[in-house]
Design a protein around this ligand. Sequence first.
Ligand code: IPE
Ligand code: IPE
Ligand code: MG
Length: 256
Amino acid sequence: MARQTSDSLAHADGGPHPQAALRAGPCHVAIIMDGNGRWATMRGRPRLFGHHAGAKRVREIVEACPDLGVKYLTIFAFSTENWKRTQVEVAGLMSLFRRYITREARQLRDEGVRVRFIGDRVRLDDKLVSLMDELELITSQNDRVHLTIALNYGGRDEVARATKRLAQDVALGRLNPKDVDEETLPKYLDTCVLPDPDLVIRTSGEARISNFLLWQSAYAEYEFVDTLWPDFSRDEFARLLHAYGARDRRFGAVTA
Ligand code: IPE
Ligand code: IPE
Ligand code: MG
């Protein structure tokens, strides 16, 4: 499998990498949508109010992608660590995810968005998982924008689950340990069909990655902005994509 950086002209599906058609914009943008809780608290409202406001921002950003040259958008919705929050907040978020999928499914399908979920589904309730499966299925023929939603996702958890499956293949004689390398392991990750992110954006002023796409972001560019996620706009998104164009991505090499 060809390395899935935007420098490669080979894409996961074997076709030309979408970046090949672009000049400077990032092909795959990943967003850590942070700051919903603080946004609500500043308004004297419960944290869930902020999560609902945050969910509403997603549509505008997804809709902006085709015009801005973003083929892949990956958003962090719930981490493997977010279960540590109060039962009220966790239950509210799970209910929000169910409602979000139900409400947005038709529009996503009709607008050519292919939706995928990454993360461990085992801990999610059956109703939510069946909605996720259904949304993946009904959008599976779409190719205009690839929206990946990280739900109960943790980078370390993903690598551990991938390693478990890889070890099973070794135990079954399907994989020779000698063949395990940087090309093999990503085939076992949840993101196996996606290119690596070119740009990772985190809102809310926190400068950390909180267990997001650890393997995949090895050479991503980062943007940390102070805006709280419910205030993040298309214009700010466009500005960050433009700034990305001025970055010199060297991947360890020396450019002329
Ligand atoms: C991000 O917003 C959404 C989730 C983690 C589900 P937060 O809920 O983390 O908001 P802050 O960081 O507390 O403001
Ligand atoms: C990261 O935000 C997870 C999501 C945005 C879903 P957190 O708010 O959970 O991260 P920390 O706790 O500030 O690192
Ligand atoms: Mg947060």
